[in-house]
Design a protein around this ligand. Structure first.
Ligand SMILES: Nc1ncnc2c1ncn2[C@@H]1O[C@H](COP(=O)(O)OP(=O)(O)OP(=O)(O)O)[C@@H](O)[C@H]1O
Ligand SMILES: [Mg+2]
Length: 223
């Protein structure tokens, strides 16, 4: 995925400016930066959820938002179905896929995320961790190549954090590209092979030396 001259304005305020970079599916990228530095906006632009100018080019002959799936920080934002199953198949029904394909995809994904036994449950009765899994499931059924996670663990308790972390690592092993915006890079260190440090809507550091970028980020947070 190639990103050229990406810019986002909210009103007349530029919050993302002239970003040029590329991503590949074998990457697990940490997206670091202070509050308001543009991490969420960047991820949302990559998945077509905000208006942007510039280009986002992906392989194959489809729009970039077909290959990028953005998971909101607060899973509640994203839940729309009246049961787990309904929620997961919603996007697929909108795509007009046939019933058997929808059933197969939903079943496969719910087994991966561990929610299959809860498929008849109402989403509001799920635990925090299960809600986050549901939000991820509803994105996974769309079969994106890149999973864009915005502070995926921040709303969760310690136990759920561990479970979700393992799920994210499993998805990486299955071959998905992962980009995680986070204030807690240490959690994902063992799997990350690239880190990007954003400030005021631009990339100020981008390296495969993850520790170097994380150190820079932590030092700047402390000073
Ligand atoms: N819907 C919006 N309308 C106007 N301004 C917005 C909107 N969303 C974000 N902003 C502004 O855009 C800038 C970038 O915000 P963004 O949420 O992308 O930062 P972030 O790095 O994700 O921050 P955080 O670490 O707090 O999640 C900030 O100045 C923010 O106030
Ligand atoms: Mg954010």
């Amino acid at each position: 995925m190639i990103v050229k001259n990406l810019e986002v304005f909210y009103g007349n305020k530029r919050v993302l400016g002239k970003i040029d970079t590329k991503f590949s599916k074998d990457e697990f990228v940490l997206l670091l930066g202070y509050n308001g530095s543009g991490k969420s906006t960047f991820l949302k632009a990559l998945s077509g959820l905000v208006n942007y100018s510039g280009e986002i080019i992906v392989e194959g002959n489809h729009p970039h938002y077909f290959v990028t799936g953005y998971v909101f920080q607060n899973p509640e934002t994203q839940i729309i179905g009246s049961t787990v199953w309904e929620d997961v198949i919603f996007g697929l029904e909108n795509l007009g896929l046939d019933r058997e394909e929808i059933r197969k995809r939903a079943q496969k994904v719910l087994k991966i995320t561990g929610l299959y036994d809860f498929k008849h449950m109402e989403p509001h009765n799920l635990s925090g961790g299960q809600k986050q899994k549901l939000a991820i499931s509803s994105i996974l059924v769309m079969e994106p190549e890149y999973l864009l996670l915005d502070e995926p663990l921040s709303m969760l308790d310690k136990n759920d954090r561990q479970v979700l972390k393992e799920l994210i690592f499993d998805l990486k092993k299955m071959g998905m590209g992962i980009i995680v915006a986070t204030h807690n890079p240490e959690v994902f260190l063992e799997f990350s092979n690239r880190a990007i440090f954003m400030d005021k809507g631009t990339i100020v550091k981008d390296s495969n030396d993850v520790l170097e970028v994380v150190d820079m980020y932590i030092n700047e947070v402390e000073t």
